[in-house]
Design a binder for this molecule. Structure first.
Ligand code: HEC
Length: 180
């Protein structure tokens, strides 16, 4: 009796060890899978919802923010974003006048030049485990290729400062303002 229970305990121990090893491999894979897994969605400029444009006067840049339409339809103000939400921030240089100062449109906003300068993508996926829960990040060049020298530490740390808003800067407030 004592033998068999000791044996059972051993087997339990082995199972637990195996389980932990498997979990560690899964976690490592999830963490490594990160940026490579965050794809640039095809045709996002047509398919996604351009929910906001941000004028960055400090950088003479206009940032166009997009959200995946399925997530936009399901997202609720004040709640974690739906699994699979993709947010895109597309940078454009602003038009500069002959005097070197930025020009403004009739609406008082910066004027975005057509070319895209940078494409930042963040995506939440329930299967991922990252420093920012299930969010991961990617940075694409205008031709759609991943930026080769990109570092993602900054994405994680800076967006972590908005953990209570599901790691987003503008979309959370957009949803909140829309609900009011
Ligand atoms: C120093 C802080 C900082 C770092 C680093 C940073 N972000 Fe952001 N991010 C912001 C701010 C602030 C905004 C809101 C737009 C603005 O004011 O420029 C934003 C907005 C975004 C958005 C639009 C959705 C939202 O949350 O509003 C995406 C997508 C995004 N960032 C992706 C990235 C990616 C990818 C990286 C890394 C390559 C990154 N960010 C690095 C501060 C940061």
């Amino acid at each position: 009796m004592r033998d068999s229970s000791a044996h059972a305990a051993d087997r339990g121990g082995v199972r637990m060890t195996r389980y932990i090893a498997a979990a560690a491999v899964l976690l490592a894979t999830a963490a490594l899978a990160g940026p490579d897994e965050v794809a640039l969605p095809d045709g996002y400029q047509e398919r996604f919802v351009n929910y906001l444009d941000v004028d960055r006067l400090d950088r003479n840049r206009v940032r166009k923010m997009y959200v995946s339409p399925e997530a936009h339809a399901a997202a609720q103000a004040g709640a974690p974003l739906p699994d699979g939400t993709v947010l895109i921030m597309e940078d454009h240089d602003a038009q500069i006048g002959a005097d070197g100062a930025p020009m403004f449109g009739a609406d008082g906003r910066l004027i975005a030049l057509e070319p895209v300068v940078n494409i930042f993508v963040m995506e939440t996926n329930a299967a991922w485990s990252t420093a920012n829960e299930t969010w991961d990040y990617a940075w694409y060049l205008p031709d759609g290729s991943p930026r080769p020298d990109a570092s993602f530490d900054g994405c994680f740390s800076c967006h972590a400062s908005r953990a209570e808003r599901d790691y987003t800067f503008t979309y959370w407030t957009f949803l909140r303002d829309r609900a009011e």
